[in-house]
Design a protein around this ligand. Structure first.
Ligand code: UD1
Ligand code: CA
Length: 436
């Protein structure tokens, strides 16, 4: 089973938002850790939070939540969830919610070590700059203690093998030892890391595993948050390039759940917000922003397009520059190529939406729908005042303000008729001639 610690004050973040709710790739850090635990195949998870953490209820999978009433350190926090551990569990893996990049395989490995006989398994990493991390002290090739930065001597500070914070503990004497940890240190806290020195006295079998730094980097401040984001993005770019082309990978930003099928072409400067999937062979052109959208195979989006939640772009449809689509289904082969807003609507297959077309979906109080039939043609600069429907194959003249339904196959013209008045143009020059 897993215990995820998320009760710390997060002071170094200097934020009204709890630290672990700060997002990496659109998902709160704690959400990343819980997802990795799930993917590691661990069913029982306890989340330790501070009092009044209403945000915990918003997390996917709603893990069992335990409140640490006072923040008295990481060992104290684990004990707050002690009741979640039952005799059916062999080991407990403790994770910090501010380690958002940990991989499921690593979590599973830590528990395997305990299954395999270790009392305690510590996940370590080598840091170029170990400042701020607990240092792993070895003696005769065996781990003898973990020393927190604030308590370390100059010699100990030079150690570059650091504690990731991820630790698996065997249920029984090793877990019970947490109750014997004292708070005699610079911060006056009950440190989980002190389990090691205790374990050494009690002859626990303790092993150290190493992970790369970019998997275990801890986020305490916003600089580290940006570093975690950068690592996530690099991983996502590398993974997506297995079968998709990114012209300028460093300018494409993914969310935790972005799905690119295969053979997708992504031009420079594209942002995928949460909830986007893109089908095979689609093209996302430069400077587009997508969120909560499904792009079907073969479709083209952008350049400079914005797909908002509920945008469903059908196969081979074209969404062009300066077009915004929200909560609207654009069927196969339909074209919305320039400067349009299509919201709360459906556009039939093969329809053509002219430049400057706007669905007037909001009357100031309620949202209304616009239905546009297959192969309809909407002339440029038309305003479709919802609720309204344009029948299959209907044609709307440019510049129309459509307030009534247009039957299938009809031509609708809803604009002032042009009047030309001979010789009525003012004769004076609006701009005086320039002297040569
Ligand atoms: C901790 C480790 C350090 C390690 C580093 C890795 C300890 C004492 N130190 O230091 O060895 O190198 O992580 O990133 O374990 N928390 C609670 N309740 C508390 C205190 C903390 O739930 O009373 C939670 C925090 O929300 C956080 C985690 O425990 O998720 C770690 O606490 P934090 O204060 O960030 O520890 P570090 O100083 O980073
Ligand atoms: Ca931390």
């Amino acid at each position: 089973m897993a215990i995820v610690l998320a009760a710390g004050k997060g002071t170094r973040m200097r934020s009204a938002l709890p630290k672990v709710m700060h997002k990496v790739a659109g998902l709160p850090m704690v959400g990343h850790v819980l997802a990795a635990v799930r993917k590691a195949g661990i069913a029982d998870t306890a989340l330790v939070v501070s009092p009044g953490s209403d945000w915990a209820a918003t997390l996917q999978g709603a893990p069992a939540t335990f409140v640490q009433t006072e923040q008295r350190g990481t060992a104290h926090a684990v004990l707050a969830a002690r009741a979640a551990v039952t005799p059916s569990h062999t080991g407990v893996v403790v994770l910090f919610a501010d380690n958002p990049l940990v991989r499921p395989e690593t979590i599973a490995l830590m528990l395997d070590r305990v299954e395999g006989g270790a009392d305690v398994a510590v996940l370590a990493f080598r840091a170029e700059d170990p400042t701020g991390y607990g240092r792993i002290l070895m003696d005769d090739g065996r781990i003898s203690a973990i020393r927190e930065e604030k308590d370390a001597s100059a010699e100990e500070k030079a150690v570059t093998l650091c504690n990731s914070g991820i630790m698996a503990i065997r249920v029984g004497p090793a877990l019970d030892a947490l109750g014997d940890i004292g708070s005699d240190n610079a911060k006056g806290e009950f440190y989980l890391t002190d389990l090691i020195a205790l374990g050494r006295e009690r002859d626990f079998v303790m092993v150290v595993e190493e992970a790369p730094f970019d998997e275990v980097l801890g986020v305490n401040d916003r600089t580290q948050l940006a570093a975690a984001e950068a690592v996530f993005q690099d991983r996502a770019r590398a993974a997506s390039m297995a079968a998709n082309t990114l012209d300028a990978p460093h300018t494409v930003f993914f969310s935790h759940d972005t799905v690119l099928d295969e053979d997708v072409h992504v031009e420079p400067n594209v942002v995928f917000g949460p909830g986007v999937s893109v089908g095979a062979g689609a093209t996302i052109r430069a400077f587009s922003h997508l969120e909560g959208a499904v792009v079907s195979p073969g479709a083209t989006v952008g350049p400079f397009a914005r797909l908002r939640p509920g945008a469903m772009i059908g196969p081979d449809a074209h969404i062009g520059n300066f077009v915004e689509i929200k909560n609207a289904a654009i069927a196969t082969g339909a074209k919305v190529n320039h400067l349009a807003y299509i919201g709360d609507a459906s556009v039939g297959g093969g329809a053509n939406i002219g430049a400057g077309t706007i669905t007037c979906n909001y009357d100031g109080v309620n949202k209304h729908r616009t239905e546009i039939g297959a192969h309809a043609f909407i002339g440029s600069n038309s305003a479709l005042v919802a609720p309204v429907s344009i029948g299959e194959g209907a044609y709307v003249g440019s510049g129309s303000v459509v307030t009534e339904d247009v039957p299938p196959g009809s031509l609708a013209i809803a604009r002032g008729r042009q009047v030309n008045k001979a010789d009525r143009a003012p004769v004076q020059k609006r701009t005086p001639d320039r002297k040569p």
